[in-house]
Design a protein around this ligand. Sequence first.
Ligand SMILES: [Zn+2]
Length: 518
Amino acid sequence: RLSGRVELTLGAEQTAHLQKAHVLPTNDSAKYTWDVELRTEVKALFTSEGFVDRVGTDVETIGVVMSDTSFYAESGGQESDIGTLIVTAADGSVVELEVLDVQVYGGYVLHTCAALHDSQSLQGLSVHSPVTAKVNYQRRRQTAPNHTMTHVLNFALREVLGVSVDQKGSAVSFEKLRFDFGLNRGLKATELERIERQINQIISEGQTVHSQVLPLEQAQKIPGLRAVFGEVYPDPVRVISVGQDAMDGALSSVEFCGGTHILNTKEAQAFVLLEESAIAKGIRRIIGVTGTAALSAQELGDQLEVQAADLQARLQELQRKKSVDVEGLDALVTQLRKDVDAAVVSSVLKVRLRDSLESLQKSIYAIKSEALMQKVEAEALLLREQLVSLVEKGVSQAVLVVNVGSEARAIKRINDEIKSIAPNLSYLLVSADDTKVSVFAHSLQPDRLRANDWVTAALQDLPGARGGGKANTAQGSAIVGSVATNDEAGKDCQNVVMKEAVRGINQAANKFTSQLGL
Ligand SMILES: [Zn+2]
């Protein structure tokens, strides 16, 4: 918020200065009243150079202390209000200040401000100027449900995980809420689901959020009170209870808290638990959203669920038709997985979607695998005829081209087929898939025909070819061209390029053996 600006803070020396100058601590009781424009007076002006009675030139960031304020200063994990101060300067001109940050130091509320409009100068602002304080209540309305829901979350955690779960910290902004608690393990998906459901239940019930100020001793006896261990609370203390008046036994939550809250849980609209993770040994963190952010997360979650269900239906349709054409579906599942990973949705839903996409991918893999092996068997059958003919002719070495891709088990099946039909054949096997061509050489006369040299010679015209092996067996491969999976024209073009490469390999391999005089 203060990016690029001097940070103004009041230390003990500065608050002592204010006391000596008979400036009273700020009356901030108006911070719990909503939609007010508070008329008050500038009591002190603070710059990076110290206190000034009147602002001179070249001041861009000014700290304003007023007799009263309606602004909520950052505390209890809740970020401060922002808004504007409308000040009438000594010369009668009106200066609008943008309140960037509000902090309290020893009872003095310091509003760190800059001119709202670039054209306006802060020069001439002076102590005792009349000022109207205008909080940005729209922003506070986004912050308040996040704060109230940290209380409800605290309650829900205890309900789901047991009384031993203790709050370790929280942070509330207009965008999200963060809640840290002690636990020596991660939460199960079922626990996260119960927590999220319980909070949404409390929201939909429209429970009243009560706030009252009670003597500390009396307040500490409230049954079900959640207080942070080791925290020093003021006396009297403000008590926030959800569901019923604290003294009647709140339905959902009772906490000591000075924050600004909603009046009824339904104002939060919805709660989505975005993330649960470890931040330190034994400390977990939950991040959640409420209001429109929660509604959009739910909407996005619904869309992703529909997409996942659609892909599931497509798979079933392919299975029903006994089709093995799953490449397109595979690409869609991969893309949806990426979308799910990047999406701001309920972490519970994320786990569920990932599981279902993973099982989809497994099914697709099984179909592909089945299809590949069928293809390999078909290729092996074709190859068998060719091998029988080679054996009949008494050929001792040959280049064999198959179309089974480059998966090891496919290549192995073909090699086994060759060795069983033509055990006395030295051969160079070439197999291609969309972009990769694999070569495997087997030599029965390694003194004359070195398998590794045969592979090198076969792949010599392909840049980036790799290979290795010995004189009796060797293998190599090369990437040929590239193809965009969903582009038909690109695929056709790639097919031509690949066919050309395979033909080249075949020629180079045959040339190599004829040069050896074989
Ligand atoms: Zn609170």
